[in-house]
Write a protein that binds this ligand. Structure first.
Ligand SMILES: NC(=O)c1ccc[n+]([C@@H]2O[C@H](COP(=O)([O-])OP(=O)(O)OC[C@H]3O[C@@H](n4cnc5c(N)ncnc54)[C@H](OP(=O)(O)O)[C@@H]3O)[C@@H](O)[C@H]2O)c1
Length: 239
């Protein structure tokens, strides 16, 4: 699908949470990164443009603490990649309204030098860690949580009440597994790169632990598959 035709789905619960678009890239053997979690570049240049367009048209981009630790992403929109491309009307005026960065924090706290705390863009950190509660980085809002886990539906409501209508969820493995197993998405796009990674310590797209003792598979509804740069782009919508 050309970039100009990309548009956001509606939220399945428009009063209670933002529209949620999950996006990830994995190897043909289902790995998100190299063994030990070292970042793997799996998207093709064309796929990176698609990812940047989703970021550009979202109000917020969410990742987990593990991704901050391993990849230290800036989560900014790379407008330079989109230069010269025909973009949808949803992208209009978005350069002046970059997405807020949202981090689901860890019970162990996050490195203060992480790029999401650089103050270049606003960051919201949901954190169960005492270490993070005192963080007063520039343009960082810390939302304390009770207990050691962030209740995702609660965090989604919080974001919605604070103006987030379109939320892009980018990973990593635990976050994707939590959102997918709870059915918390309106669209899920997955770029399957034509490579194999292997290795038990390489993070997978889906971690079984999220389901506890339940052994049943998580059903998905594939809406479309498209060949792209030697890989496959799979679009999944809720059942
Ligand atoms: N290919 C892709 O599209 C893509 C995209 C993003 C990331 N990645 C890769 O994914 C890997 C990271 O995945 P990951 O599973 O280690 O990390 P993650 O999903 O980014 O974050 C997991 C961490 O976040 C915290 N967390 C998650 N859910 C929580 C909740 N509900 N409440 C409180 N804390 C919660 C936990 O911290 P504690 O357990 O410490 O409390 C957990 O360790 C990296 O290797 C990265 O390169 C790949």
């Amino acid at each position: 699908m050309p970039l100009s035709k990309i548009s956001w789905p509606r939220s399945a619960n428009p009063r209670g949470r933002p529209a949620i678009w999950i996006n990830a890239a994995m190897s043909l053997d289902g790995r998100l990164a190299f063994p030990g979690g070292k970042r793997a570049i799996l998207s093709s240049p064309g796929d990176f443009r698609r990812v940047d367009l989703i970021r550009a048209t979202s109000d917020a981009v969410l990742v987990g603490a593990g991704t901050i630790r391993m990849d230290d992403p800036s989560l900014r929109v790379h407008w330079e990649r989109l230069r010269g491309q025909r973009l949808p009307s949803e992208a209009r005026g978005r350069k002046d309204r970059p997405p807020t960065r949202v981090v689901i924090g860890s019970s162990k706290g996050l490195p203060p030098t992480s790029r999401v705390f650089d103050g270049v863009l606003p960051t919201i950190l949901f954190s169960p860690s005492r270490k993070d509660l005192g963080r007063t980085g520039p343009r960082t809002t810390v939302v304390p949580t009770s207990g050691l886990r962030v209740d995702l539906p609660w965090a989604l409501r919080w974001l919605h009440v604070h103006g987030v209508q379109r939320l892009m969820v980018e990973g990593g493995s635990q976050i994707l597994s939590s959102f997918l197993s709870a059915g918390l998405y309106d669209r899920f796009t997955l770029y399957v790169a034509p490579v194999l990674i292997g290795g038990r310590s390489a993070p997978s797209l889906f971690e079984r632990e999220m389901l506890g003792k339940d052994l049943s598979p998580v059903p998905l509804r594939v809406q479309r598959t498209q060949g792209r740069d030697g890989g496959i782009l799979v679009t999944i919508e809720p059942r």
